[in-house]
Each structure stands twice: as structure tokens, then as C-alpha cells.
Design a protein around this ligand. Structure first.
Ligand code: ASP
Length: 362
């Protein structure tokens, strides 16, 4: 009689709080030895899947994670792609939303789960949220539907009961266990007594495709956050940097900016030089609509691209990915206006925004 093949999961530890344990003698926090993962978290044996692990040495606090580390992750996943059914990436929380966004773009054709998680308290602490997050993230990465297909074949982020699309997340709390949210897109699953999947929200269009990993990210980008009173010097010095290729402009409300002549001229000059400027809102919910107000219309006429409801993390890493692929400014502009991996909503309906989308919330 044929025995059913066990699901295999690769755990990739990059660093961050989740992988710290308390030295019983000194009380100091030290990186966890992932070679002995199953011994330290015996609950993993009961998950019924084969778990292997690889770790960054040395482990990195996520504030030190750079595009080279995104490339390392892309390489690890690509190298092990055929051998594993799913991947769980343990990452510091501080920049996890950037890494998850970057990976969503770089892993074109991804048809297997890549679930990011971390924790606010180390695994070795009594009140840790790490064990819960780790175990559930593995369970989600291993989950199949009735047809045997992966339940979540995309880059996702699991934290404190909720599974979210990676490129829709932002870190929203420095000290609460619920540290992440996805304001403009419904949660993909809710883990309570059982894990309830919101199948309609999960991206399945790449199932059956082969993975096309992309390794380069161009760091010649910047974020410019507007504030009342921002000076000409600040705007001009950033926008005139010779190496600059792309800017995420964090504007007010539905995509508005001051109509000051020097400000508009600085934007216009940058666009004329081929700098791609993406308009995203400083608001945590809602989207940029450059047709709503005169200031927005002007920005549109000047050649700014609407980031719609993209997060800053997603718009920025998307620019780095697209320039990394060697596209011309015109091509980057075209692709920035389109959702590539479900990172923005093109035609929002009343249902796409606002509290009513949080149907998997409490
Ligand atoms: N500073 C840590 C990091 O991001 C915090 C954490 O893991 O939660 O690596």
C-alpha cells in the first residue's frame, strides 16, 4: 500500500527576536541553535511534517537587513524550491514588511507558500509569542486543499492570529503582540481554535507556473515624506541626486501636495530626468486618487504615478525590483501603475476599503 508523502518545510532563520533564547546561567539572550530546533521546540514533532532549517550566520537584527540579504533569501528559496513544499522565514519584525514585499516581487511565478513570521518576545521567554507564531506559520506553509494544492501559494506574513499578504503589511506596533496589519487588503486567514482561510483573498494565479527568481535590487531610490513647512532645500537636494532613479512620495490624504511653484518645478525637473515618482498616501487606509483634487491632477499631469493603496514598503521595494531588472524609466512607470503580485487595488469598490473588509478580524 502506498504511503502518503510527508510534507516538507524549510525554515529559514535570518535573525531577530524570535531566535533568541535566555542563557539559563547568565540570563543573557543568545541566538538559538537551529541545528537543534526540534529538541528546543518539541511541539514541532507533532506537526507531522518534515522540517529542515538553514540559518544566516551571524543572525541579523532586521534593522541591518539590506537588499543583498533579500538576494540571499531568493537564492535559498530558489535552490531548495523543488525539494520543499513550503518555506517559513523567521525574521526580525522591524523590517519584515520590506523583506516580505521585496520577496513577493523577486519570486515571480511562486506557486508554494513562503510565510514570514517573527515575534515580539524571544522563543526562550516564558510569555513568548514566538512559539505560537512559529508553529502556526509552519502549519499554514504545510496546509493543502482537497486537490492537494498549497492553500496559500504566495508570500505571506503570519503574526498573532492573522495571516496577511506580505506586500500589504506594515509594522504597526513596537510593543504589542499584534505588531502587523494589512489595512487595505483583507487578511488571508485567521488562526483561532482552528485556522480559517479566506480563500477568495488568496492569490492562486501562479499555481502551475515555474519559479522565476530575480536577484537584483537597485538601491538608488528614496522616500520623501511631505510635511507642512518642508523646505525647498530638502526637496531639491533629494530630487537632484544624480544617482536617483525612483522616489516614493508620501503625500497627504488622497494624494495631495502643496501647489508651491518651487515644489512643482523640482518634481517636474526630476521627472524630466527620468526619475520615477510614485504617489502614495500618508494615511494608513484608503488610496491615492489624483483625479479628486486639483493638486492631485497637477501631479498626474506632471507624470507622477499613482501608487493607489500600496504601502510605502511595497512601492519602494517594487521600484528597487523593477530598476534591478534593468527596465527603462518608462517601463518602470508602466509597471508601477499595475499590480504585479496583488500589492495594490486597481479599481477599488466600496468593499475593498474600510473596516468591512476585515471579515477575519475578531
Ligand atoms: N530589532 C528586532 C529585529 O527587527 C526586533 C524583532 O525581531 O522584533 O530584528
Amino acid at each position: 500500500m502506498a504511503t502518503e508523502r510527508r510534507i516538507s518545510i524549510l525554515l529559514i532563520y535570518t535573525g531577530g527576536t524570535i531566535g533568541m533564547v535566555e542563557n539559563p546561567t547568565t540570563g543573557a539572550l543568545e541566538p538559538f541553535d537551529f541545528a537543534y530546533l526540534q529538541d528546543n521546540v518539541p511541539e514541532l514533532r507533532r506537526l507531522g511534517c518534515d522540517i529542515s532549517s538553514v540559518a544566516f550566520t551571524p543572525p541579523l537584527d532586521s534593522s541591518a537587513i539590506a537588499p543583498e540579504d533579500w538576494t540571499r533569501l531568493v537564492d535559498i528559496i530558489a535552490e531548495h524550491y523543488d525539494r520543499y513544499d513550503g518555506f517559513v522565514v523567521l525574521h526580525g519584525t522591524d523590517t519584515m514588511a520590506y523583506t516580505a514585499s521585496a520577496l513577493s516581487f523577486a519570486l515571480e511565478g511562486l506557486a508554494k507558500p513562503v510565510v514570514f513570521t517573527g515575534s515580539q518576545l524571544p522563543v526562550g521567554k516564558l510569555r513568548t509569542d514566538g512559539k505560537e507564531n512559529l508553529i502556526t506559520a509552519i502549519e499554514i506553509a504545510a496546509a493543502r486543499d482537497e486537490a492537494g494544492q498549497p492553500r496559500v501559494p504566495e508570500v505571506a506574513l503570519f503574526f498573532e492570529n492573522y495571516l496577511m499578504r506580505g506586500n500589504r503589511t506594515s509594522k504597526v506596533s513596537a510593543d504589542q503582540f499584534s505588531a502587523f496589519d494589512s489595512y487595505n487588503y483583507p487578511h488571508l486567514a485567521y488562526a483561532g481554535i482552528e485556522i480559517r482561510y479566506h480563500d477568495a483573498a488568496i492569490k492562486r494565479d501562479a499555481l502551475g507556473q515555474t519559479l522565476r527568481p530575480h536577484r537584483s535590487f537597485d538601491p538608488n531610490v528614496a522616500v520623501l515624506k511631505l510635511f507642512p513647512g518642508i523646505t525647498r532645500e530638502v526637496v531639491q537636494s533629494l530630487l537632484s541626486l544624480p544617482s536617483l532613479k525612483g522616489v516614493v512620495l508620501e503625500t497627504f490624504g488622497s494624494g495631495n501636495a502643496p501647489m508651491l511653484p518651487w515644489f512643482l518645478e523640482a518634481l517636474e525637473a526630476a521627472v524630466a530626468r527620468g526619475v520615477v515618482i510614485v504617489n502614495v498616501t500618508q494615511c494608513v487606509t484608503g488610496y491615492v486618487d489624483m483625479m479628486r483634487y486639483e493638486t492631485g491632477m497637477l501631479l498626474q499631469r506632471m507624470g507622477l504615478v499613482s501608487g493607489r493603496d500600496s504601502t510605502t514598503e511595497s512601492a519602494l521595494t517594487k521600484l528597487m525590483y523593477l530598476f534591478g531588472r534593468g527596465y527603462s524609466p518608462q517601463e518602470v512607470k508602466q509597471q508601477m501603475a499595475l499590480p504585479l503580485r496583488g500589492e495594490m487595488t486597481l479599481e477599488p469598490t466600496a468593499e475593498d476599503f474600510g473596516r468591512e473588509t476585515y471579515i477575519y478580524r475578531r
